[in-house]
Ligand binder design. Structure first.
Ligand code: PEP
Length: 259
């Protein structure tokens, strides 16, 4: 057996200004405390917009919270004439420990390719943070029944040339696009089918140690009502949560899935 620590990651997307971020993180810390949350049983991570990160850092540091925080994207460049971009070292200076790369919304609205997603994951890891690399199929692919092949193709293209040791340090988030923000959740069996196929592909490509170390999250309308069943699946190690992470009580309840 393995000792992968479950991860509950809240992707706020483009929601909440820094004042609202302050309110949510304080509320989340209180709700987790009320639930007697055991951070060794489930790591808790928030992924606010860039403009909120300094505020979140201030609260986490001041109150010595165990809540972790990170960013929703990162530049592949170190510095220079890249208007609008934010570098990995700027994020580490703010205490970020995770970065989401290749979310389907970035792939769709910003044309991010698998190669770019892989480069962002590489930059994140090389700068001392953990990439949460997203993958997932659109509804047409799911209907055609080629979703497993499609998702493995995305991952293999992004991680081309990576060593087993580096792959072992990343987090992968399987997020079927048709389930994101739609209220349409994949069943626990759907999530397990793809998450286990991802782990088996990692086993073939990089060996047992890597396959058993990588945490694989499910994302797509995960909420308090379905988190227990999702987390009961052998290859689901956590969730990337959008909508339900914007309310302190619901996100804390999800992190407390093990209780
Ligand atoms: C997401 O933003 O990655 C996500 C899964 O959103 P939601 O939980 O709202 O479907």
């Amino acid at each position: 057996m393995t000792n992968r620590v479950p991860l509950m990651a809240g992707n706020w997307k483009m929601n909440l200004d820094h004042l609202e971020a302050n309110h949510l993180v304080q509320g989340l810390a209180m709700a987790l405390q009320d639930d007697n949350h055991d951070y060794t049983a489930c790591e808790v991570l928030v992924l606010p917009p860039f403009t909120d990160i300094r505020t979140v850092q201030t609260i986490v540091d001041a109150d010595d919270l165990d809540i972790k925080y990170g960013a929703q994207d990162v530049s592949v460049h170190d510095n220079g004439a890249y208007t609008g971009e934010v570098s990995a070292s700027m994020l580490t200076k703010l205490g970020c420990t995770y970065v989401v790369v290749g979310h389907s919304e970035r792939r769709e609205y910003h044309g991010e390719s698998d190669a770019l997603v892989g480069a962002k994951a590489r930059k994140t890891l090389d700068t001392g943070m953990i990439p949460i690399m997203c993958c997932g199929e659109a509804l047409e692919v799911r209907r055609a029944g080629t979703h497993v092949e499609f998702v493995l193709g995305q991952i293999r293209a992004a991680l081309k040339g990576w060593s087993a040791g580096d792959v072992a340090r990343i987090v992968i988030a399987y997020e079927p696009i048709w389930a994101i923000g739609t209220g349409e959740t994949a069943t626990a069996a759907d999530a397990q089918e793809v998450c286990s196929a991802i782990r088996e592909a990692l086993r073939i490509d990089y060996g047992d140690t890597t396959a058993d170390a990588v945490r694989i999250l499910y994302g797509g309308s995960a909420k308090p009502g379905n988190i227990k069943e999702l987390m009961a699946q052998a290859d689901v190690d956590g969730a990337l949560v959008g909508g339900a992470s914007l309310k302190a009580d619901s996100f804390a309840a999800m992190a407390n899935f093990y209780a």
